[in-house]
Design a protein around this ligand. Structure first.
Ligand SMILES: Cc1ncc(COP(=O)(O)OP(=O)(O)O)c(N)n1
Ligand code: 3NM
Ligand code: MG
Length: 287
């Protein structure tokens, strides 16, 4: 945060040539995540956007871009391939489930507590949030937009019966992740137009974790959706969800989706931490 503030404050100061001071500490991707674009003056990578304004000149040029501001954590999320969704079972509490997922190397946790009241969700969120922060994991909450803001989580996941994504965006602004649920390509078009940051697309197969499931997509469903997205130039991260197990991952990922979200297959394993570790390794999740 400090360096980003320094970058903004010093935007008009010409620092001459040589190494960009900020880039000693942050990589370009992080600087971009704050709404700037980086042009290396001597390197091969040149990134420009129309309407961009050059605001700093050095070994690097950092230019203000037109894109929305995204927190570094969020940027990481949007590249992330693995989301764990909390679930209460006979053996584990919601908190336990999140802790085991973190222990197993997952770095994107969604707190989903369908039958709990908001006070209970808030209490649990406030327990999980510092554990996520400590491990550099992203923390989002299912359904509860205002709660996300109140506890300072990283974002929210919204389905068809929840607050519309564009309304949530007005409340949360650009700094929070907003994910939306899709079952069809038309859902994805709508969510893209409303400004979703990523799509949870499912169900892959039947699952008891969610009631009132939409029709199952299977491998073919994802192939069709990914293909239509390419044809229509929609470039949003797609997280496959619904009954996904370790063994499914290679073929699900081969459809071109960005990542997977899961819950039950980890919690049903004899050793959920080891199951998550196996999955994180398979997806090459970085810690
Ligand atoms: C990653 C992800 N994808 C889909 C969902 C489902 O959201 P929704 O349709 O709102 O259903 P509930 O989870 O609220 O029962 C999700 N939570 N996460
Ligand atoms: C929360 C959720 N949403 C789904 C959808 O299809 O929108 S499927 C699902 C459950 C995901 O958990 P599991 O890995 O145990 O099936
Ligand atoms: Mg919901």
């Amino acid at each position: 945060m400090y360096l980003t503030e320094a970058l903004k404050a010093g935007a008009d100061v010409v620092v001459g040539h040589g190494h960009g001071p900020v880039c000693h500490f942050y990589d370009d991707a992080v600087i971009r995540s704050y709404g700037y674009k980086v042009i290396r003056s001597s390197g091969s990578e040149v990134i420009r956007s129309s309407g961009s304004e050059v605001i700093r000149s050095s070994g690097y040029k950092v230019i203000r871009s037109n894109r929305k501001t995204v927190k570094p954590n969020n940027l990481k999320t949007l590249k992330s391939k693995l989301q764990f969704i909390t679930h209460f079972t006979d053996r584990y509490s919601y908190l336990d489930s999140a802790m085991m997922a973190l222990e197993g190397g997952c770095r994107w946790i969604q707190l989903r507590m369908k039958d709990a009241d908001e006070a209970e969700i808030e209490r649990t969120a406030r327990q999980i949030l510092p554990e996520c922060r400590r491990r550099g994991a992203v923390f989002i909450i299912d359904d509860h937009v205002e709660l996300v803001k109140r506890v300072g989580a990283d974002g929210v996941h919204l389905g068809k019966n929840d607050m519309p994504v564009d309304e949530a965006r007005r409340i949360l602004g650009d700094e929070f992740i907003i994910g939306g649920t899709a079952n069809t390509f038309e859902d994805i078009q709508r969510l893209a137009a409303q400004g979703a940051d990523y799509i949870g697309c499912g169900p892959f197969r039947f699952t008891t974790t969610k009631k009132n499931l939409a029709p199952m997509l299977g491998i073919e469903g994802y192939e069709n959706i990914v293909s239509l997205m390419k044809t229509h130039g929609i470039n949003l991260p797609i997280v496959a969800i619904g009954g996904i197990t370790y063994d499914d991952i290679p073929q699900v990922m081969a459809t071109g989706v960005t990542g997977i979200a899961l819950s039950g297959s980890v919690l049903r394993a004899d050793n959920p931490v080891e199951e998550m570790r196996k999955i994180a390794i398979q997806l090459r999740v970085k810690n």
